[in-house]
Ligand binder design. Structure first.
Ligand SMILES: Cc1cc2nc3c(=O)[nH]c(=O)nc-3n(C[C@H](O)[C@H](O)[C@H](O)COP(=O)(O)O)c2cc1C
Length: 251
């Protein structure tokens, strides 16, 4: 029988939420490589510069106000996201502040267990100033986008992959987080899955607060069809797969 989570008992399913730090010999201890901090882009992909994080002037709202206003927002205006807004949202969600350890480790705007950061950020652009509809990846080290696919149907197809949550197609962009589990398993083995899910929550909350702080809105989405979403991003569903989607847009 194919192992799926539905075949597990509820006790087994709940194990995922518990801590699993009993002694084991990790791949890190065995001296294996933990891999790069981000997957290199396809060789021919077009790179799109974003306004540098240090020059961004949006997002000046006090944190307490952004927290106080935070709401899941599903109605977006027709006003496109500006490139500055988009740069800010990407940076807030998974931006890199510092590369260290000979390029093998990073600090980001969000915390991560052991600073392993087993997440990557894609972007389904629908209504962004100067950006064709389609699929992009945020290259956090260089704070730029790479264009993966020009695709007018991208916003509708993302909504379809989320069980026809059609309101999503009205977003300026959908931030899509993928998990690359080995980055976390390399150090934490059986504890990794929970840690990755916790990390995704941090990234999601940063996206929410960043959106509020620029007069935009966000709504977390975890109800999606795994295979459809993975196919849409052209990820293999094993070493990399979709874990969370966050539509963002002006409201
Ligand atoms: C992990 C997670 C998954 C969610 N998935 C969806 C979703 O698939 N569709 C949706 O419309 N809202 C989704 N939401 C938003 C919740 O419905 C929302 O947070 C909840 O109704 C409370 O509203 P508030 O965020 O405005 O406080 C999700 C929220 C979280 C944290």
């Amino acid at each position: 029988m194919k192992p799926t989570i539905n075949n597990l008992t509820s006790s087994q399913q709940r194990e995922f939420l518990k801590a699993h730090f009993s002694p084991f010999v990790s791949d890190q201890k065995k001296g294996r490589s933990g891999g790069p901090v981000e997957t290199p882009p396809p060789a021919q992909a077009e790179r799109i510069a974003l306004p540098p994080a240090k020059t961004l002037t949006c997002g000046q709202m006090p944190v307490c106000q952004a927290i106080g206003r935070r709401r899941s927002r599903r109605k977006f205006s027709k006003m496109p996201l500006t490139q500055e807004q988009l740069a800010y949202l990407c940076w807030a969600t998974l931006g890199i502040q510092k590369v260290f350890g000979h390029g093998q480790a990073v600090y980001r705007t969000v915390p991560s267990a052991g600073a392993r950061h087993a997440l990557q950020l894609y972007l389904a652009a629908g209504n962004v100033d100067g950006l064709a509809k389609g699929l992009y990846r945020y290259m956090a080290v260089d704070h730029e986008l790479v264009q993966l696919r020009n695709d007018d149907a991208m916003p509708d197809n993302v909504a379809k992959a989320c069980f026809d949550q059609n309101w999503m197609a009205g977003a300026g962009a959908v931030l899509i987080l993928t998990a690359l589990p080995y980055r976390m398993e390399w150090r934490y083995g059986p504890a990794a899955a929970k840690l990755i899910a916790l990390d995704a929550g941090h990234a999601g909350q940063n996206a929410y607060l960043a959106a509020e702080s620029i007069g935009a809105g966000a709504c977390a989405v975890a109800a999606y069809d795994q295979q459809q979403a993975d196919r849409l991003l052209d990820v293999d569903g094993h070493d990399e797969f979709v874990i969370y989607l966050i539509p963002v847009g002006n409201v």
